[in-house]
Design a protein around this ligand. Sequence first.
Ligand code: ASP
Length: 426
Amino acid sequence: MNSLFDPRYLTRNILIGMALGATIGTALNMAGATPEAPGFIAGELFQLLGDVFVRSLQVLVVPLVLLSLIVGTASLDDVRKLGRIGVKTLVFYIGTTAAAITIAMLLAVVFRAGSGFELNLESSFSAKESPGLRSVLTNIFPKNPFAAMAEGNMLQVIVFAILIGISMCLAGAPGQRVLAIAKDLNEVVMKLVVVLMLAAPFGVFALVGKTFAIQGFGTIAALGQYFGLVLGALLLHAFITYGIILKVFSGLSPVRFFKQMRRVQLFAFSTASSNATLPLNLENAEHNLGVKRSIGSFTIPLGATINMDGTAIMQGVATVFISTALGVELGVQGYLMVILTATLASVGTAGVPGVGLVMLAMVFNQVGLPLEAIGVILGVDRLLDMVRTAVNVTGDAVVSTIVAKSEGEFSQAIFDAEEPQWEERT
Ligand code: ASP
């Protein structure tokens, strides 16, 4: 019983919660639970438990990003370093996303995704208006910091925190006094993440239970090829691409890295939300991967917002699949356009469940595919969303680790330790 709340058994307990949730959820599904009539257990009980858990983490996102980024920026010994870290991080984020979508499209083309698939465009999917490029760019800059925080607009919060951090650096003694307070506050919020994680096995149990109960995986068979290709590309990217770039650019062991990432991945999988996973990813980077706060506080929140390799992979496969099924030739130029827009779309995708599909509309618009076709893949999207979110957060952690290592802001001892080093100050 004690081991239920013992942090040393957390990963194991999350796995047990997940397996139990999947089993009970599947049983409920077989007993007739559907999205329209989920029944008391899935619709009320699991929903309640899951919502409370996700909300408890979401409530920490804004304070955590704000504080850790202010502390991270203000603690830099040299503000110019920020520019270098920023450029490196962006290059890796954009590079890995472009690689992800290229792999996805290559796989889709080689395996002739969508050929022979009967496309029924009578679906009820109505795409929301996707934002244009200009408004995506303008929206990075905050007009009102409180509005940005209240709306949970992470990019704006990030920009605001960096500016305040820089000015604290430049302000001398007053800056140092504010920094001391921000550091203490950050410690307190971070502690809350660690405490909340002890409830993760239960939260994960409820979230997975609900999804499996109402999802019904009958649609997977009909869309088996699409599902298999997206899944294959996601796994390939997660283990091979990330493994290789981690080894090449940091010399660290990918096996060790994936071991240290397990909790975060399981969590992202269960919540299908990079945003809800952000507090844990931040905490894990610092106490399990050995990424120092000055780097992690910048790279992880930024990644949760703009780096979505898993989402880009789904968009790449989906575009090839639908265009082939419709008999539309996109040509090399069309494919390049897809790579460009899907990379941008993944930047504009918020880290919450299902948004990747909404942003797919932007890609379809660009290459002239009918938006109703998105409805065809809706049925299998939730499960893929879970996997791609795990890939999204792994990408953020890989890049953070590489940047931290290259800047000498990395602790090998923490990376090598079997247990999270919660007491370690980085
Ligand atoms: N659920 C994804 C995330 O939060 C976004 C998406 O692809 O829908 O990372």
